[in-house]
Design a protein around this ligand. Structure first.
Ligand code: CUA
Length: 338
């Protein structure tokens, strides 16, 4: 079943007016490609179309009534007119009940389908919401050696359901990958579960969907859907410890990092074991830093390290007092972390 393209365009325009910033191609749930998200998006289109049709029909009925009875002045209605008016009320109530029942049934069927993954997921993720970033630990059932931790990025194997267990380190957040699945709240003191399944390869953006403080808007996730083989390769890379840096500057940077950053950040295979901030083992291969606050470039890394709170006000990452040589060397080191 599909709405014809003209009607779809009108509905699309209306939806666009409501969503404005939400429709940039990577965050629109209306063209979701994930299994659950696609169902929810289709439901969204049908509910919007139904609402538009109802508004149009009611408006037409009102206009027709006004036109038909124009010029009748204050004459009292005849018995026949009263009967006809009552009939219209019965028709309206009946039609409303039918439409509400159909939308309720459609919503329940979609929600029921969206709750259950198509089969038991082999891969699961522990996702912890922090003010203001995401900690993500992957597991595979029966393979404890698969486990690895990353931050602010999610990769999904196309066609394979992934179980997500959501926890909060501080306040209420909401985990939302609009193109993959609907949002689920992340509540302190409880574990909420959901599942994700990417329908086709591509990149999109995930975000926090619940206001959680000053930097709620900078709590994003880079989402990559890829073939199971590519996902396996990515997971193997993420599991491997950071390679030892080559040049003298990067080696000096590693020492600076261990001294100045290692209490808060972890880098696999080094003495930096901090768990306060994001794991940085493969930082250089992430597209952004600060949970989407800045693109991941050497200049931005330097700015971020020098004074993160001026870029992301309220961020737990303090300004780090490094001299220029140490700052450059630590940035050189971070760029080796592929
Ligand atoms: Cu976390 Cu909004």
């Amino acid at each position: 079943m599909s709405i014809d393209s003209g009607a779809r365009r009108v509905v699309s325009l209306l939806a666009w007016l409501f969503l404005l910033a939400g429709c940039n191609g990577t965050t629109s749930y209306l063209d979701a490609t994930g299994t659950a998200g696609h169902r929810e998006g289709t439901l969204g289109w049908w509910l919007t179309a139904t609402a538009c049709v109802v508004v149009a029909l009611v408006s037409l009925a009102i206009i027709a009534g006004i036109v038909r009875h124009r010029g009748e002045g204050d004459q009292p209605p005849t018995r026949r007119e009263i009967a006809s008016g009552l009939n219209w009320i019965y028709v309206g109530v009946g039609a409303t009940v039918v439409v509400l029942f159909l939308t309720f049934a459609g919503t329940m069927i979609t929600l029921e389908a969206a709750v259950h993954p198509p089969r038991t997921p082999a891969i699961s993720m522990d996702v912890i919401g922090h003010q203001w970033w995401w900690e993500v630990t992957y597991h595979e059932t029966g393979h404890p050696e698969f486990t690895f931790t990353t931050a602010n990025e999610i990769h999904l194997p196309v066609g394979e359901p992934v179980l997500v267990k959501l926890q909060s380190a501080d306040v209420i957040h909401s985990f939302w990958l609009p193109q993959i699945a609907g949002k689920t709240d992340v509540i302190p003191g409880q574990v909420n579960e959901m599942w994700l399944e990417a329908g086709k390869a591509g990149r999109s953006r995930g975000m926090c969907g619940e206001y959680c403080g000053l930097q709620h808007a900078n709590m994003n996730l880079a989402v990559t859907s890829e073939s199971p083989a590519e996902f396996a390769r990515w997971a193997a890379e993420r599991r491997s410890p950071a390679a030892a840096p080559g040049g003298a500057e990067a080696q000096a940077g590693r020492d600076v990092f261990a001294r100045s950053c290692g209490a808060c950040h972890a880098i696999g295979g080094t003495e930096a074991l901090g768990r306060v901030g994001p794991d940085l083992t493969h930082l250089a291969s992430r597209p952004s830093i600060g949970a989407g606050a800045l693109d991941n470039t050497p200049d931005n890394l330097a700015r971020w390290i020098r004074n993160a709170p001026t870029i992301k006000e309220g961020s737990r990452m303090p300004a780090i007092p490094l001299d220029d040589a140490d700052l450059h060397s630590v940035v050189a080191y971070l760029q080796t972390l592929h």
